[in-house]
Design a protein around this ligand. Sequence first.
Ligand code: GSH
Length: 221
Amino acid sequence: MKLILGNKNYSSWSIRPWLLMTYFDIKFDEKIIKLFTPEMLTEMHGDCPANKVPALIDGDIHVWDSLAICEYINENYIDGKGWPSDIKQKTKARSVVCEMHSGFFGIRNELPMNLRCPVTIVKNEQLSEQALNDIKRICDIWFECLTHNHNKNGFLFSEFSIADAMFFPVVSRFQTYAITVTASQKTVINQYMNQMLNLPAFLQWKESALKEVEVIDADER
Ligand SMILES: N[C@@H](CCC(=O)N[C@@H](CS)C(=O)NCC(=O)O)C(=O)O
């Protein structure tokens, strides 16, 4: 099985399925495409039907799009463990993941994932209303999930799930740009972010990311 990824330093969509697959100890090869270089489209040809990463090739099965890959892995490799087993929790997890997958453009545009970037304080005044609304909504989702009665392991739902993988790039962005979190939510959210930033799977990704030398100007804030 081969997972096609973008630069590990920057590719926020690529890290999502990679984290899920690595967390669940699934064996796969990886191919890294250097994004926004003259060779990008040639390298994607045949592997990435939408000319975007991530994409997954498993024998004669091709899957593209981060969430489609997570769903494929969930169904075919981890016996459904990618989502909570409880139906109420599962539908909630799917809903917040879809919110992430289809929205939050303010954050995506203004706070690019950039793992090598040292902590750079971005104050609320430097962000658009859209980005501030995104931050508020994400904090509310996290706080609500993390303080839910059934939640004992520090993940958004009872165990590490596709929801944690899909929100991971936001954790990284909040850390890089020292995003201000409301005082009443701060302790819970900081604890979650620390747990996620210390996941062995993420540390493994980060080690490779920090060896990369390519710079994507558009993702340098
Ligand atoms: N909705 C897609 C988005 C994929 C995406 O936009 N990937 C970016 C890299 S993180 C990409 O391939 N960009 C290349 C381009 O837009 O030309 C997903 O969830 O996989």
